[in-house]
Each structure stands twice: as C-alpha cells, then as structure tokens.
Write a protein that binds this ligand. Structure first.
Ligand code: HGY
Ligand code: MN
Ligand code: MN
Length: 425
C-alpha cells in the first residue's frame, strides 16, 4: 500500500458524528411522510442514491447507478483496473424502518475510503462500495435483487413481479432509466472480487448484553419465504351458522399459531407471518379470502427445509378440515452463508487493534453478503444496536459505536491481505 509521505502511525478514524449526520440525511428521504420507507426504484431510491453518489465522489471515487439501480463507487488502487475489495450494504428499507439497517454499512465504507483518499493512500487493490437497491424486497416481494445482479445471479423471471400498484419490475426499471435486458452489465466476475465485507448493525441483543460494541460474524442464516392464499367463502356474518362456515381468516389464524408452535420446537429456528390481509374486509362479512406471508429461517439449511415442509403440510391439513383452498407460492429461498475464516481473522485483528474484545456470532438476519458469496468470500462486521431493536423506527446506535465500527473497518482495509486466488462456482 503506497501512502503519502505525511501519513504515519495509526490513522484517524472517520468521525462518528459525520456518519450519524449522514444517516439522518438519508432517513429524511422517505416515500411515507412521518416514517422511513424507501423501496426499490422509487423516486426516493433515486434521491437517496444521488446523495450517496455525491458522497462517493467527494471521497475520491468514480460513482453512479449500475444497470439495476444499485449505487456503485470505485476507488482505484496503486494502479488502475486492479481487482477490488468489495464493501457496502443496502439503501432500501422495510416499512417504517430504522435509519441504520443497511445505510450504516454504505456510509461507513464511504467514510473509510474518504480517509484513504484524504491521506492520498492507494492500496495494492481497488475498492468498490455498493449501495444495493433491493435487499429487503418490500416492493416486489423479492429480496437481494441488487446484490444478486452484481453476483451474476439475477433471475429474469422476476421482471414480471408486480408491486401493489400493479407496476412490474420490468416497467419500474424502464421508468428508472434502466434497460431490463442489460441487467447483466451489473455483474462482477469472481476474478474481479478479492472479497466482500459488509458492516451492519447486529439487529439482535447479543453485543449489547455482553457490553461489546463490535462483533465478527460467523455465518448468515438461510431463509425461505412464501406467499400463501387461503380461499373459503364470503358470507353473511349474521346468518351463516358457525359449523357451516368456510372462514379463510379463521383458517389463517390457525396457520399463524401453527408456525409459531413448530418454530418454537427448536432454538435454531424462527418463523414469522409478517403480513396478513383478509377480504373483502367488512365487519359483517365472513372473510372469503386471506393472504399471508411466511418467513422461515435457520442456521442449518436442512432444519429450515424440514420445518418449511412440516408447516406447509400442517396448513394444508387445516385448510382441508375447514374446506378452504390453499395456494402456496415460494417467493424466496437462500441458503445459509458461511463467512470465510481468513476474513474473520483479519476482521478480528482490526477489532483487536481498537483494544476491543473479539466476539464471533451468527446472523439471524439476511444480508447482501449471502448473494455476494456466489462470487467472493464474505465477511461481516456487526455494530451493537440498542436493545437489538431493528426493522423499527426505534433502531438506534451510539456515535461512539459508529466511530468504532469505522475505525475497525478502516484498520481492516489497511491491513487487508487478499487470500490466494481460488476458483468460484
Ligand atoms: O429480512 C432480513 O433478514 C433482512 O433484513 N432483509
Ligand atoms: Mn433489514
Ligand atoms: Mn439489512
């Protein structure tokens, strides 16, 4: 790594106050006044992306939107065109979101590159920072669309997915100024990527409970997602005897409790029905139709798939007994992803350089790193968040922890030694 003559010793960490200020700036860009919601390919996605592109350019990167609407910045190394250390996270949010899930990783990575640039340091590798556009999958019931495109794993059938207004992903891309047939241009080849490392809030209670600001991730849980539609028969709430009803919402209610019961059987399993809707939705009409989401996760793929099979069979039995039709569509399936020990070791060293204890822990939440594992070894650095709260406007971190995360990521970058090349599938 070549550094300007003036640079000596341990370098200034990117200031936590600057990171917090930028998180506030992005949090103000929302499609729902009064709460933070920013979904894929919306005007707000573009506005947030343009803000981030400005920060990337100020940090000495070339930057812009890629072929699927991710924001990508590149900082050249000691010579142009070198393979890159990939950093980043996502810029989209869930509904009524917190302001750090995803955004902290993008902002911190840019701040670290800005520090290298300030000191005119050019590593023996390039650095690319990604602000992925659709990790949460809120608008098109998808997930990891942006990172899967960068990993060359985008499934074109997804272009027909429609949002709540009936706009297809294909149409949304065109409106965003992107040609659906050119999504492949976003892909990176394995030989271009030295590693992918993502800083992210923990979204769980472990680090706070143990009084630790940072943690190094061992693996990311796999996830299965389904869209379930239960169809019974709408009827008059006052005249249909209870024994003659085909109440879709009552069937759905039994299904929700079945998910909870089955997933409570094992500590490594979680299951959630996050969204439920009944139709026609009138107080005096027996619901003839119910739609619900299903999200099942586990650190072990076999356990997750067994639980999903059990749950779907159980819901089929509920529907048979109630003479309600069931349609179950799987909308997502991602295998658990292991972090590379050689990256964990370099992240450990960076955490220890700040005088902090080293803590390894798994991630129950999904991340873009799961998609990026297709083209590069992955590592993740967790930052403590208050009460482990996330996917909630109460999500919060301290300025000190933001600065510790930035210091560790910068130390990691400065000490980064690429692993010997290996062939990726
Ligand atoms: O759902 C998740 O785990 C992530 O926040 N998308
Ligand atoms: Mn999230
Ligand atoms: Mn996230």
């Amino acid at each position: 790594m070549s550094a300007a003559p003036a640079a000596t010793g341990r370098h200034r960490a990117p200031p936590g106050a600057e990171i917090m200020k930028r998180a506030e700036e992005l949090a103000a860009i929302t499609e729902e006044p009064g709460r933070l919601t920013r979904t894929f390919l919306t005007i707000e996605h573009r506005r947030a992306g343009e803000t981030v592109i400005g920060w990337m350019r100020a940090a000495g990167m070339t930057a812009g939107f890629d072929a699927i609407g991710n924001v990508v910045g590149r900082y050249e190394g000691s010579s142009p065109g070198l393979p890159a250390l990939l950093l980043g996270s996502h810029l989209d949010t869930v509904r009524d979101a917190g302001r750090y899930d995803g955004m902290l990783g993008v902002i911190t990575a840019i701040a670290c590159v800005g520090e290298l640039n300030r000191q005119r340091t050019r590593p023996d590798f390039a650095i690319e920072v990604f602000g992925f556009g659709d990790e949460e999958g809120v608008r098109f019931q998808s997930t990891l669309l942006g990172s899967r495109a960068v990993a060359g794993r985008f499934e074109h059938a997804l272009l027909d997915r429609r949002d709540a207004e009936g706009i297809s992903l294909r149409e949304a891309l065109l409106r965003f100024g992107r040609a659906p047939e050119r999504i492949g241009a976003a892909a990176r080849r394995p030989e271009q990527a030295l590693a992918y490392v993502e800083l992210h809030i923990e979204q769980g209670p472990v680090l706070e409970a143990e009084g630790l600001p940072l943690g190094v991730v061992t693996s990311i849980a796999g996830a299965s997602r389904y869209a379930l539609t239960l169809t019974g028969e709408a009827g008059h709430a006052g005249t249909v005897p209870m024994g003659l009803r085909r109440d879709a919402l009552a069937a759905a209610a039994e299904a929700v409790l079945l998910v909870e019961r089955r997933c409570a059987e094992s500590g490594g399993l979680v299951g959630t029905v996050g969204r439920i809707a009944a139709a026609p939705g009138a107080i005096n009409v027996i619901p003839g139709r119910a739609e619900l989401s299903l999200d099942i996760r586990a650190a072990e793929d076999e356990e997750r798939r067994r639980a999903a099979d059990d749950i779907l069979r159980g819901i089929e039995a509920i529907c048979r007994r109630r003479d309600v039709a069931l349609e179950a569509v799987q909308t997502h399936d991602s295998a658990a992803a292991a972090c590379a020990p050689w990256l964990m070791a370099q992240l450990d060293r960076a955490v220890a350089a700040s005088g902090l204890a080293i803590r390894h822990l798994p991630s129950g939440a999904g991340h873009d790193a799961m998609a990026m594992a297709a083209i590069a070894d992955i590592g993740m650095l967790f930052v403590r968040c208050r009460g482990g709260i996330s996917h909630n406007p109460a999500e919060s971190i301290t300025e000190e922890d933001a600065e510790l995360g930035a210091a560790a990521l910068l130390d990691f970058i400065r000490g980064f030694t690429p692993a010997p090349p290996k062939v990726h599938p």
